[in-house]
Design a protein. Structure first.
Length: 124
């Protein structure tokens, strides 16, 4: 009877260990590729100049994700990659918004300059 209980315990333990291995998520290679592409897009959008904080955060999280993935901690790597992607996207949007605001301010300044010139030429 003891051998049946011992065999059951060994079988249960082996099943538990194997199921834990089976639930380990795969490395987030596809997600890393997407996040790296998002970082590049943010850089092209001017994030180095207009949204440095978000761009740096994205790049730092990508480095941490790569380190976690190299250690086999794929769950942490996946979370960090997702955060890196979100930060890169935010950096891109922030940079585009800042560039648009700057362009609008330049247009407003040009309009005011033209109005000043027009009022000077009309004054006798």
């Amino acid at each position: 009877m003891k051998s049946i209980h011992a065999a059951s315990a060994v079988f249960f333990g082996a099943t538990l260990i194997l199921s834990a291995c089976a639930t380990t998520p795969p490395p987030p290679t596809t997600e890393m590729t997407k996040a790296k592409a998002a970082i590049e897009q943010a850089q092209r959008a001017g994030a180095r100049e207009y949204s440095t904080e978000y761009l740096n955060a994205s790049m730092a999280k990508m480095e941490l994700a790569e380190a976690a993935s190299a250690k086999g901690n794929n769950e942490q790597a996946t979370r960090l990659v997702e955060e890196s992607y979100a930060d890169a996207h935010l950096a891109q949007i922030s940079a585009q918004s800042a560039k648009s605001a700057k362009a609008a301010a330049d247009v407003d300044k040009s309009i005011m300059t033209l109005q000043d010139e027009a009022s000077r030429t009309n004054t006798p």
